[in-house]
Design a protein around this ligand. Structure first.
Ligand SMILES: Nc1nc2c(ncn2[C@@H]2O[C@H](COP(=O)(O)OP(=O)(O)OP(=O)(O)O)[C@@H](O)[C@H]2O)c(=O)[nH]1
Ligand SMILES: [Mg+2]
Length: 505
């Protein structure tokens, strides 16, 4: 291993098959694009650079890799050299130089490396100009399991990244027969990914799959950039969108619970892992505290949350005490729940074209034409495989759904994945033990689909079709709502109601 100054910093002795490259801790990449080390080694049979050699070139981001052949007399013969390339149209990651005799190597290394770094940095700057926030590559893995397709799933991840103000530079979907336990992807694929990150100037890798602590650590160690998974991205969005004290506590709790089992050592790779995006959430400083500190914080927050749940329960009891029926709006995130509540009650809850705009519950009065009223509540949206820690932390928010006489399940028909989203919502309702409450499916955003699709869906699905933006389309919904509440006896004092309703605790 040779530095740019020409100092030999490592001499590595291996056997005829392989060598072991030591940890290059003293030569960390940091913000540099290339490591500042070139790696020269012998190939006993005069063979060219191998796949492993090129992997090392990429993973270690060496300035240059070279192998020197040995002739019959044991003297050095041909030299094969390769270096990384800046992004290019052909998508080539490295350049193999033609083999040359050891006595005729006429590369001016200083000039070569300055030029190479200049090219890499230039393309990086070009891609940075349009980017604010982190620049990420998204990675999905297709492992043959059933469920939502890898493409649809990565589309959703893209949307989550957009919500988090992360610029997506590229997405990669990888077929794998078997997930690599250490790196999720095979080493070769990971190499390609790291080169891509280098070429595009990415500062972040986001995996669609949940990574184990060890995987996140190994990947971030070899890629030397921040690595997040879908769960962390969602936690990050929650952290940014939580405004009320309850919301903030719930999110912090979820984040700490996620971090705790992953907090094994304080390696630098790990602080990259924990930093979150733009340092939101538990910041660097907090991360340096040890696990005991985090545990103490968790129990403090849990206690605080307990008090909040109590006052929530009192509020709920009060609401339950009034004889007004309660309608809760549920549905996949971004389906149009808040828009619908606003339209029905002339309110101004924040509506935005992004995931998890709403993190707090809000209730409004809904007046029916015949002077009857109900309480209607809007709450956090659902998402496929909602992180367990979040589900736990938001339990008290979700508990409020338990009071509902009727659930309005809002569905975004303009999203091609809406059938999977319906299933995801049903599953969460089941997990939250809410399947016993009657549900009305509301198919929203019909203004965004063709007449043809509208007729097909109308035949295929049971429910009301609306466009939450247009008041006219809501009339049939209001009539249906009133009718259902009437049928279930919800307009009468609670004590007199019978049937499905469970008693309050
Ligand atoms: N075209 C169209 N857009 C709609 C309709 N309803 C809602 N939207 C848009 O969909 C986006 C999401 O709406 P929200 O009401 O914030 O959705 P939500 O379900 O409350 O989302 P979260 O709170 O983020 O889970 C916004 O940009 C709305 O303007 C509709 O009927 N038609
Ligand atoms: Mg909302």
């Amino acid at each position: 291993m040779v530095t740019r100054k020409g100092e030999i910093v490592y001499v590595i002795v291996g056997n005829n098959k392989d060598i072991l490259i030591p940890q290059l801790d003293k030569y960390r990449l940091g913000r540099k694009r290339l490591r500042g080390l070139r790696f020269l080694h012998t190939h006993l049979k005069g063979e060219p650079l191998s796949g492993d050699d090129l992997t090392d070139l990429a993973l270690l981001r060496l300035d240059l890799i070279g192998c020197i052949g040995v002739d019959k007399l044991g003297l050095p013969s041909s030299v094969f050299l390769a270096h990384l390339l800046p992004p290019n149209q052909e998508g080539k990651t490295h350049e193999l130089l033609s083999p040359r005799d050891i006595h005729h190597i006429n590369i001016d290394f200083d000039q070569f490396i300055i030029e190479l770094e200049r090219q890499i940095t230039r393309t990086e700057k070009e891609s940075q100009q349009v980017i604010s926030g982190e620049r990420a590559i998204l990675i999905g893995v297709r492992d043959g399991r059933k469920g939502i397709s890898a493409e649809d799933s990565i589309e959703e991840l893209k949307e989550l990244a957009r919500t988090s103000s992360v610029r997506v530079l590229d997405t990669v979907i990888q077929n794998v027969h078997q997930l690599n336990p250490k790196y999720l992807l095979g080493k070769g694929k990971l190499k390609e990914l790291i080169i891509k990150a280098l070429q595009l100037g990415a500062s972040l890798l986001i995996f669609d799959q949940e990574l184990t602590a060890a995987q996140a650590r190994s990947i971030s160690e070899i890629a030397e950039i921040k690595v997040l998974d879908r769960t962390q991205l969602i936690l990050d969005i929650f952290a940014e969108h939580a405004h009320t004290p309850d919301g903030k506590i719930q999110v912090e709790l979820a984040q700490l619970k996620y971090i705790l089992p992953r907090l094994k050592d304080k390696s630098t790779a790990f602080s990259r892992l924990m930093g979150g995006i733009g340092g939101r959430g538990p910041g660097e400083q907090k991360l340096e505290t040890d696990r005991r500190h985090i545990r103490a914080r968790i129990s403090y927050l849990e206690k605080k949350l307990g008090t909040i749940s109590k006052s929530r329960r009192q509020r709920r009891a009060k609401r339950a005490g009034s004889s007004l029926p309660i309608i809760s709006i549920v549905g996949y995130t971004n389906a149009g729940k808040s828009t619908l509540l606003n339209a029905l009650t002339h309110s101004h809850i924040l509506v935005e074209n992004m995931y998890f705009a709403t993190l707090d519950t809000s209730s409004r009065r809904l007046r029916f034409p015949r002077e009857r009223e109900a309480i209607i509540t809007d709450t956090v949206g659902f998402i496929r495989s909602l992180p367990q820690d979040l589900l736990g932390a938001f339990r008290s928010t979700f508990e409020e759904l338990d009071d509902a006489d009727l659930l309005l399940h809002v569905i975004d028909v303009a999203n091609p994945c809406f059938p999977e989203q319906i299933e995801a919502v049903k599953k969460i309702l089941y997990d939250l033990d809410l399947s016993h409450i009657p549900i009305l499916q509301v198919f929203n955003k019909i203004d965004k689909i063709s007449q043809e699709m509208f007729s097909i869906y109308k035949k295929r699905y049971q429910g009301v079709f609306i466009s939450a933006g247009s008041l006219d389309s809501l009339k049939p919904l209001i009539i249906q709502l009133e009718g259902m509440l009437e049928d279930y006896g919800c307009f009468y004092p609670r004590a007199g109601r019978s049937g499905y309703r469970r008693s309050y605790i």
